[in-house]
Design a protein around this ligand. Sequence first.
Ligand code: NAD
Ligand code: MG
Length: 407
Amino acid sequence: LQSSPAMNVAVLGATGSIGTATIDVLHHLDRIDPTKTWNLWAASGHRNVGLLGELAGQFERPPHQIVLSDPESAAAFAAGTMLAKTKIKTGPDALVEIASAPEVDVVVAAIVGRAGLESTLAAIESGKRVALANKETLVVAGSLVQASLQKTKSDRRCAEVLPVDSEHSAIFQCLGDKESSEESENRCKPRKLILTASGGPFRNASIQQMHDATPQLALNHPTWDMGPKITIDSATMMNKALEVIEARWLFDIPAESIEVVVHPQSIIHSMVEFEDGSVIAQLSPPDMRLPIQYALTYPRRLPCETPALDRTRQWDLMLQPVDRERFPALDLGFEVARVGGTAGSVVNAANEEAVGLFLEGKIRFTDIVPACRRALEHHHFEPQPSLSRLLELDRWARAEVRKQYAT
Ligand code: NAD
Ligand code: MG
C-alpha cells in the first residue's frame, strides 16, 4: 500500500481562535485530500495545558513536538498526557526550533502579538511556507520580513508568506496567480487595494459612548468570534490600521494605494481596483476556515467546511466611508504604513500595552489610540532599524504607556 506524501504542519498558537480553527482544517484536509496526508507535526499553546492536550490527542498520528511557555506548564502537560512519543519543550527558543525544524513544511503563525515575532521570522528564514495570521510580525518588522523573503529567494529556499487574515487573503485571491509573467503583471497592475472593515461593535456609537465603553461591551463583536486582543483592536479600528500596515508590506504597495471602507456584513472580505477602474472582490460568509485552508493548500482549492453563501435569502451588502474622527486609529495606521522604519514597532507595542490596561479596567477605551499616538511622537524615529533596535523600542513603548497612566 502506497501512502500519500505528508504535509507536516506546525501550528504556533494552536489553542487560540485561529489555532483551533486550523486544527479543524487539518482534520478536514486529512479526510478529503486524496493526494496528501496532513499531519500536526508540532503545536504550541502558551500555558493552556488542558486544551493543547485535548487537541494533540485528537490525531491518529500524534504531534512530534509540543511547546509550552514555562516549565510548570510543561510538567503539567507531561503528567496529564498519554502521548508517550511526543517531545515537550518550553520557551521562546523552542518556538523558533519547531518553526525551523527540517521536517516541517508549513508553519501556521497564529500566536497573538509581538510574542509571535521571532518564531515567524525563523520560519521565513528557514524557507517554509508561512500561513500568516500574526499580522503584528509585519507591523513590527515588515522590512525585515521582505529582506528575509528576498534572501531565501536568492539562495533558492523560497520561503512564502501566505495571508490568513481574511482581508489579505481576499486581496491575494483578487490579484490572481502570483506565478503570472512579469509582462502580465504589468498589464494587470492594481491601482488600489480596498480593505473592508466591519466597523466593530462601535460602528454607530458616539464619542461619548466610546468614552464610557466597558471591556464587556467592546468584546462583543457583531460578526467575528476572535481572541480578546484582536476583538478590542476591531472596536478601536486599530485592527484595520494594523491591516493597512500588513498590506503595505505583504503586497509591497505604497500606503497611498490602500483604502479602507466600512462593510458591516463582513461578506465582501476586500477588493482590488485595477488601472481600468474594474473592481474585483472576494465574497464568502465570515468564517476563518476558508482563508486558513487556502493558505495551506494554495494554489489548490479544495472543498471547505465554510458553508456557501445562502443565495435563497436577501443580502444587503452595504459599503460606507470610515468616520476618521471617531476612529483616529486609521490615520495612525496610514502614517505608520507611509513612514515604516521604527514606527510600526512603537505603535504595535503601545497598542498591546494599552489594550491590556483597558481589559484590566485601568484606562478608558478612548485612551488606547491616543496612547499609541503619543508613543509614536515621543520616540526617536529611525528609517532602517535592526531587529534588536525594534525589540528595544517595543520594550520602551510599553514602559512609556504604563508611565503615562501610572497614578
Ligand atoms: P487568541 O488570543 O485566540 O490566541 C492566541 C494564541 O497565542 C493562543 O494559542 C495563545 O496560547 C498563544 N499565546 C498568547 N500569548 C503568547 C505568548 N506570550 N507566547 C506564546 N504564545 C502565546 O488570538 P487569535 O484571535 O487566534 O489571534 C491570533 C493572531 O491571528 C493575531 O495576530 C490576530 O491578529 C490574528 N488574526 C486573528 C483572526 C481571528 O479571527 N481570530 C483573524 C485575523 C487575524
Ligand atoms: Mg482581518
